[in-house]
Design a protein around this ligand. Structure first.
Ligand SMILES: [Zn+2]
Length: 177
């Protein structure tokens, strides 16, 4: 395969815009909640420069908010995302394939809400429905911590991460208490 044909294939694949399914945008919007138009002034130009068409924006709760106010911070992250997307017509929060198509046809950047670590749910699966209604369409059960859904990875002192064996841990007594 020639370089030219590889380039052409890449161009075809990216013609509709690049899909990036992991970006901790809501966390940043939450931390900057005292400011306005953060999405437009801090992120739009880079997303446009990268030809990003669809972004999975991940709710992630930092250690300092857990466990007491993890749920509240998660809801607030979603609230900030809606407020910021509403303020900038270049973005659309999408809950379905059809909405993504509509957004892309209008040359908008589609935001798909995801959750990185199920900590906001705690042990209450009823909350799944509430987050679904708010637009969450994908959940990674764990990230760097243990939670009620399973075990996570661990950040080593070197900054690298190591994923524990979920299967072996899951067989230890008391794991799912
Ligand atoms: Zn993340």
């Amino acid at each position: 395969m020639t370089d030219k044909s590889i380039e052409e294939r890449i161009d075809r694949l990216q013609a509709g815009g690049i899909i990036d399914l992991h970006f901790d945008l809501p966390m940043d919007l939450y931390e900057k909640r005292e400011r306005k138009n953060v999405l437009e002034t801090e992120f739009l130009s880079e997303l446009e420069a990268g030809n990003i068409g669809v972004v999975g924006v991940a709710i992630y709760i930092e250690d300092r908010y857990l466990p007491e106010i993890g749920l509240r911070v998660a809801l607030d992250q979603i609230a900030r995302l809606y407020a910021e997307a509403h303020a900038c017509p270049r973005f659309a929060i999408c809950k379905s394939y059809h909405e993504i198509q509509k957004a892309r046809d209008a040359d908008k950047i589609a935001l798909l809400i995801t959750m990185e670590g199920a900590e906001p749910l705690g042990t209450d699966l009823n909350l799944l429905r509430a987050f679904y209604e708010l637009g969450v369409r994908s959940i990674g059960l764990t990230h760097a911590r243990r939670n009620a859904a399973g075990n996570g990875g661990v950040f080593a002192a070197t900054g690298s991460s190591r994923v524990w064996s979920r299967r072996s841990r899951a067989h230890q007594p008391g794991w799912f208490q």
